[in-house]
Each structure stands twice: as C-alpha cells, then as structure tokens.
Write a protein that binds this ligand. Sequence first.
Ligand code: S3P
Length: 449
Amino acid sequence: MTSNTPQPVTFKPSGPLGGKISVPGDKSISHRALILSALAIGKSRITGLLEGEDVLATADALRAMGAKIEKKDDVWTVHGVGVGGLMQPANVLDMGNSGTSTRLLMGLIASHGISATFTGDASLSKRPMGRVIDPLSDMGADIQARETSDHKSCLPLTVRGLCPAIPIEYRLPVASAQVKSAILLAGLNTPGITRIVEPVLTRDHSETMLRGFGAELNVETDAEGCRIISLTGEAELQPQKIKVPGDPSSAAFMVVAALIVPGSDIVIENVGINPTRAGLFEVLQDMGGDISFKRKRTVGGEPVADIHVRHSPLTGIDVPAAIAPSMIDEFPVLFVAAAMASGTTTTRGLHELRVKESDRLSQMAKGLEALSVKLDEKDDGLTIEGSGGKPLPGARTKPVIETALDHRIAMSFAVAGLVTKSGLAIDDITPVQTSFPGFQDLMQTLASK
Ligand code: S3P
C-alpha cells in the first residue's frame, strides 16, 4: 500500500520527447484477469499484469479467500477455487485506494456464503458505495456500511453473502462499469439468469473476459438502444492464458505530453484501444492532435495497437457529453491539453468526476488556476481558455499543487510541468504507485531521447 508519508516532487520544463516505450498493463483488465482466474477450476497464467497497488490489493484479497496466486519471472499463476468455492477471509480486506477492487469484490462475495469487511484509505473511504449496495442487496446480500452525515454509504463496510443468491434484472442508474461488473460477478454464483440493462455503454472488459472463460453471456440491444446483458449463473469457468495489453489510461499521459511539448515524436507500443476506452484519442484528434494507430491487432479479444504521436498545435473544442464514459479517467489530462490549446474547450456531463479518487473537477480547476489558466468550473464540467501553445506560468514553490491521494491528478500535473515556464511542484507523487509504477522513469526516458 502507498506509504503514508507524502513525497513532494518538482516537474521541470522539458525539451522534445522522443523514443519508443510501453506502459504497464491495463488496470481494469488486470483486476478482472485475477478475479476470473480465481473463480476458474485449475491453473490460469497471466502475462502483462499491472503490478500497481490497486491490482495487488485485489490479488491479496483473493488469496485471503483461498486462491493461490504467485509470480515467477514475468508470469502470474492463479490456481482458482471454482465459482462457489471462495473461503471466509480471516481478516479485514484492506483495499487501499482502489474503488475497482472494492466494488468488484463486493459483488463476488455477495453470492458466496461468506462475509468480509472492507476498509480503505482516506480517499476510498469517502467514495459512494450505495451504487453497488443497492443491487447486491436486491440479490440477497446483507451489507452494513458507515453512513456519512450527507447520507452516503461508505467504507468501512461488511458484506454478508447469500448462497444461493437471487437473480435480478437491474437497470443501471449510473454509467458505471464497476457496478455492472459487481452484479455480473455476483451473478456467476447465482442460479438462473442475472440481467443488466445498460442505457449508456461503459467499458466492456468483463463481458469479453467472462465469455473467454466460458461463461454463458448474451448481449442484445433493445428498441431504445439499451444493452441487455444476460448471464447464466452457476457457471463453470475454464482456466485461461491471458495477455494484458498496455493501459490506454496510462498511455494517455504520454500522448498528451508528446502533443504539447514542441518537437516531440514518440511511439507507445502495445496499447489497448477498445472503443469503450479510447474516447480521449478521438477528442485529441478532433483538437488537431497528430495521433496514428499502427499494427492494429486483437489480443485476448481486446483491440491493441502501437500509438504514434507527434507534437501538434491543438484547438479547443466542445467535447460532447456522450463521449464521457469512454474517457472517464482521462479528463484530468485532457484539461491539461485544453490549457495548451488555442481557444476554448468545453466539457459537460461529468458529475461522475466528482466521486473518483478525488473530486477531479475541483482538484484540476484549483491546480490549473494556480498555473494562471483561465477556466470556469461548472457543476458538471470545466470550460478552459487555452494559452495557444504558450508555456504556462509555473508554480514551483507556492502554491504547491494538491493531489488529494489521486494518481491521475498527480500525473496530469507532471505533464503540465513539462510546459511551464519555470516548473511546478506537487505535494505528493506516491499515489502514482496505484496504477503506474515507473511513471517518473518513463517520463525521464522520453525526455532524454
Ligand atoms: C473501472 C471503471 C470506472 C473507472 C475506474 C475503473 C473499472 O469506474 O473510473 O478507474 O475497471 O471497471 P466507474 O465504473 O465508477 O465509472
């Protein structure tokens, strides 16, 4: 887990970025690979797994519930216990900073005859869990959470699963892949058909991987354009060999860095470009970004490519709200690109950004304002006046940019630091370990080419 000691860091202006790199494995796919492998009967092998703290928290929790998980050389081996075979964990499950671990594992436990208590760090303990508690309670789980003064259900919480659980049909009230996946994972050990109605498409890694492990899962689209996902329960999952592609949400920082630092020309190899995740690349291309996809291929059911990015003058655009779910984690770094574009970039429909690892609209607005960027913070988005490519005034000493235990805020300002006049300081780089170990070294590699 992240050490409790904050580590301030300064990021300096940079010359052109260059070279060929790869980024660590996809965080969403890594969590799912471990979880489904733990539920298969027998031995699965995973390569390219993200070894960030969030994913390691999932691995530890699965070990505590009976799965044997080990790493040798670059290969992770998971000896699964079979759907229905999870054991009662002896201790509290500490989820650190990871909302994905928490919500997905809550789903898993909800339909097993075991109980578990979840705790997390200060950021995770503020995040709303009602969105998973509601459907999992409908399936019969008993969930007791801490209620906050503003009536939110938060960690610590205890899930007592029901076995056999009750299959439900559930219409997602928020566009959330975590909620969808929690219900699907609960549905795996539930008799009958668990059905999810998804009005707005969110990342579909769970559906793809469940099919890959042999679950019976059907997706249809109804007359209103909603996806109807039906999963047949009491599934028997077959062990798999999984190759996790590079994380587009991590590549995003390098892509924006190369676009805004004059003279840059980089290639990021082996990045996942699933359309449910690739919204940022589309938006940056619409802003004039020179981004091209080479060697497009499919790995384990997921589209993958090498991404070639060259410095480009960017122009502000109106980002349609409909694209938000496919780039929900990329807005912080898009705001940095917008701060360097010519003209105005408008974003809306981003209420969900207020309940991520931090309130990302407010944290980004505060940090960018400290760099003298002109912006307007609305309830559901930011409107940003770009500098037209001119370097941003720095914030090297005071005020130091606050990262609020949020890895993506820290990395977004690391990128912004490259295009400041005199550099900037952030209060804490340690949260980067949750999703992108090696981030600073990789930035250094690009800057030294
Ligand atoms: C994730 C889904 C998204 C995303 C998170 C990872 C997942 O969260 O922000 O980083 O792996 O399912 P929501 O489901 O809350 O949108």
